[in-house]
Design a protein around this ligand. Structure first.
Ligand code: MG
Length: 396
């Protein structure tokens, strides 16, 4: 879709890409056609639009696992997002993939996340069950397609097909039918671009490792029990063999850094072998290759499963985390019940959306506007709204 590159561009964005990478000049384009950018490639423009969006800025006050006000040292959704982008770019560089695209997808992947992490998402999904449910992955797409209001010419950010495809990691066939072009692969059972496959795995590498780091920092996990995880035990032994006296934060960080490295190296080596064997000549070959071509070895997949199981049992279900998630459920349920019962309790702008969506789609439309409002809240905004609605001593 690009015109000839501008004469003052010394490097075309497609330079140095492997044949299987997504390319600017083969992009399936934007929903609202736009002239090619003059100084950047299409995916660079997507990345920049995401960084300038309101939803991106809000990520700094949204929870990953630990609530935002618990401490300043834990990951938030913003720092998580930056770690995902950084890991994804490293792997993309090694495999000749499009770093700009994988960065754009990584930066946008959690834009639709509710306050209070997965607890918030589960609670909102329960509230929305009679109205088509709520899924943060679909909501991320909704944010970039319609909810962001930044441009005169079109609603949303008008991102390229490839970035939108990467944001939509999974969805039901029913949802896929109404999503048009980006939904088609879930009906036809084809693969997304390699950059989309990679962003998904970089997300997993980032959160598994930083949740261990944050869990240790919070005192919810300890080194002895973490040795139940093969990847941790191996790196713990390796670090102590090399630095016998090492303790405290430097020991923890050295282990976590090496675990990330081990996973990234395995991902690059395995994906290289898969790509060499399949030898896709273009991104279209990737889409019909019948299986993902970015992945781990069988051994690493087993190690990651073990790690996830450990984190689920020992961290995500730790009583202190469960107390937080229980409170989060209550806050989201209370907000939803109040707003769906009386849309005028929402600020005028959101009440206006609710009236308009209700006229178009009935009760489901009104509920969707309430979900949009709640999903857009940061942790502390949701807590403040909850207080304003429930504490008679507080002003609205
Ligand atoms: Mg994520």
């Amino acid at each position: 879709m690009n015109d000839a590159p501008q004469p003052w561009l010394r490097r075309h964005p497609d330079e140095r890409l492997a044949p299987w990478a997504a390319r600017d000049d083969a992009s399936r384009g934007r929903r609202h056609p736009e002239p090619a950018p003059s100084l950047r490639g299409e995916f660079q423009r997507d990345r920049d639009r995401i960084i300038h969006s309101t939803a991106f800025r809000r990520l700094v006050y949204k929870t990953q696992v630990f609530v935002n006000h618990e401490g300043d040292l834990y990951r938030t959704r913003l720092t998580h997002t930056l770690e995902v982008a950084q890991i994804a770019r490293t792997v993309a560089h090694a495999l000749g993939l499009n770093e700009y695209l994988v960065e754009a997808v990584s930066l946008a992947h959690d834009l639709g996340h509710t306050p209070f992490g997965h607890a918030g998402q589960d609670a909102l999904n329960q509230c929305m069950r009679p109205y088509g449910g709520f899924e943060h992955n679909l909501q991320s797409l909704r944010v970039v397609d319609t909810l962001e209001e930044r441009y005169a010419e079109f609603p949303g950010l008008n991102l390229s097909f490839e970035t939108r495809e990467g944001i939509l990691k999974h969805c039901s066939v029913a949802n896929a039918r109404r999503l048009g072009d980006v939904g088609r692969r879930f009906i036809e059972r084809t693969q997304p671009s390699l950059e989309a496959q990679l962003a998904n795995l970089a997300d997993e590498i980032a959160y598994n490792n930083h949740d261990i780091d944050d869990g240790l920092r919070a005192g919810l996990l300890d080194m002895t029990s973490l040795r139940d995880i093969t990847l941790f035990r191996e790196q713990h032994d390796a670090v102590l063999a090399r630095h016998p006296g090492l303790t405290g934060r430097r020991l923890i960080h050295e282990i976590v850094r090496r675990m990330i490295d081990t996973m990234v190296v395995d991902l690059v080596a395995t994906s290289t072998a898969l790509l060499d064997a399949a030898a896709p000549g273009s991104v279209d070959d990737v889409r019909v290759s019948g299986r993902p071509l970015i992945g781990y070895s069988d051994a690493m997949r087993g190690h990651i499963q073990e790690m996830k199981k450990f984190l689920y049992e020992r961290l995500y279900r730790h009583y202190r985390v469960l107390r937080m998630t229980t409170k989060a459920h209550r806050v989201v349920e209370t907000l939803f019940a109040a707003f769906i019962g009386e849309i005028r309790l929402m600020p005028d702008e959101h009440a206006g959306h609710a009236r308009r969506f209700e006229a178009e789609h009935g009760d489901a439309g009104r509920a969707r506007a309430v979900a949009d409002y709640i999903a857009g809240m940061t942790d502390r905004y949701a807590i403040t709204e909850h207080e304003r609605l429930t504490d008679p001593r507080r002003n609205g």
